[in-house]
Design a protein around this ligand. Sequence first.
Ligand code: GTP
Ligand code: MG
Length: 370
Amino acid sequence: EGAVTVGELAKLIKREPSEIIKKLLFLGIMATINQEIDTDAIELVASDFGVEVVVKEPVDEEALDMLIEEADPAKLQERPPIVTIMGHVDHGKTTLLDAIRETNVTAQEAGGITQHIGAYQVEVSGKKITFLDTPGHEAFTTMRARGAQVTDITVLVVAADDGVMPQTVEAINHAKAANVPIIVAVNKMDKPDANPDRVRQELSEYGLISEEWGGDTIFVPLSAKQRTGLDQLLEMILLVAEMAELKADPTARPRGTVIEAELDKGRGPVATVLVQNGTMRVGDIVVAGTTFGRVRAMVNDKGRRVKEAGPSYPVEILGLNDVPSAGDLFVVYDDERKARSLAEKRIAKHRQEQLGVQSRVTLEDLYKQI
Ligand code: GTP
Ligand code: MG
């Protein structure tokens, strides 16, 4: 929380400010009592006085958000949109995700084994789109609960033969709360009882008014099963992405979100992450939630090993000391010691919170017994 001044440091290590100023002079730093001094200087001065000062890293979720806001506008580059698919049970989300993936595998990738890593990227007319392969609801609820926002665009799947259902409405609410634009995919158009106008009419009651009806919501009729209308959907995604002017700085400090993670018998903890800013490389030291480690290898959605991953690129990373949680933020550190110490602090905090919960439960149990 803010920088430390000479005067504050003096109080902290119980010395006269003049002594601190003298030491700083030795280090080539001219300082007055109200001057702020940096971490390195604090540690050096303190250790000269035989005091060990541990400077707390100000890096937490809020600080990470600041890192983005302070981005250099000149370095920002267009990045692929990150898209989630949401909709009511059985309206065809999985079929649509599979259809998009399979119909957009390029020739040279066709031989590769497609991995399910929780996210994948397709290329459409030279532009990339990242799809989160996790159920949209989960992506929104677990991740947003952790303060992570990974979605740029939501594709709302509504079966043309079934219309708006409870989870359709839920999905609309999630997307609206997160301020994410919605594209409506009117699915199952191949069915004889498909009624897209009914879908339009029902959705208009939730403020999603189709362009044909004078509104600004894009509706794309399609059949995930017969794979018709997919190109139009992808084109519309690119159009919405262009309007949203999605940008990131590939040269910034790498950070992003854990999409999913598991313990693999052979490979150890494996986390699928989505890089949201900067470019992550093999060998980088990362902290992800309460876990940390050096990235030993990265594998993309085509099952290929990659050396780097830029903005909106989903990869599996190997090398973490433990399994992080979906929605955890990750950030790259230049110093393994700092990474470890941050992860350990978070573990301690986590334990404390859990202890808090447990003692509350115990208290309630006590009341019950009485
Ligand atoms: P949950 O994951 O259970 O919420 O379902 P989902 O939304 O992922 O639906 P899923 O893709 O599993 O599809 C449900 C059923 O609808 C399956 O039997 C699909 O084959 C079928 N289906 C999906 N898309 C279409 C379509 O375009 N036309 C037809 N006729 N059937 C479809
Ligand atoms: Mg499904």
